[in-house]
Design a protein around this ligand. Sequence first.
Ligand code: SF4
Length: 165
Amino acid sequence: MRTMEEMFDPMKKIAREEGYKFNPNKLELNDILQGMWDNEQRYGYPSCPCRLASGTLANDMDIICPCNYRDADIADYGSCLCTLYVNDEWIAGRMPHDPVPERRPKEYAIKGYPGINEQKGAGGGEMVEVYRCQVCGYLCAREEAPDLCPICRAKKERFEKFRMK
Ligand code: SF4
């Protein structure tokens, strides 16, 4: 079982490379990380501490930190939903610190993320695949593999399509 520090260390390295910062308020940061670490102990994966996870990996794929919604939320609001990841504008107070609206479709929270279950996406959208990083085992459900693995930085070519048993 990794400690909270062991969970946080690789996140810091990747955030530096991505140009994101962490919430500079140490108390808030610690609370968010603690919630994520608790989820990792509870479910076996670091699901978002601001969202209720189902406890089934297949249903929670989109809310494993960093969630599928982080980049768009930071672009629009300067922070992710939990205010774990933030940008310079947010830190400087040039973006409001109002609550970030939930971007995750409600039906995903009810029925689970559709990629794994091979259902149509919300609103009849495209089906998504699950990709597995062959280097570190990171799983993500997206329309295509990420350019870089958010955990180990392996390139897109190192991802393979993954089928849940
Ligand atoms: S909202 Fe923030 S803390 Fe929650 S999963 Fe997304 S990136 Fe991680």
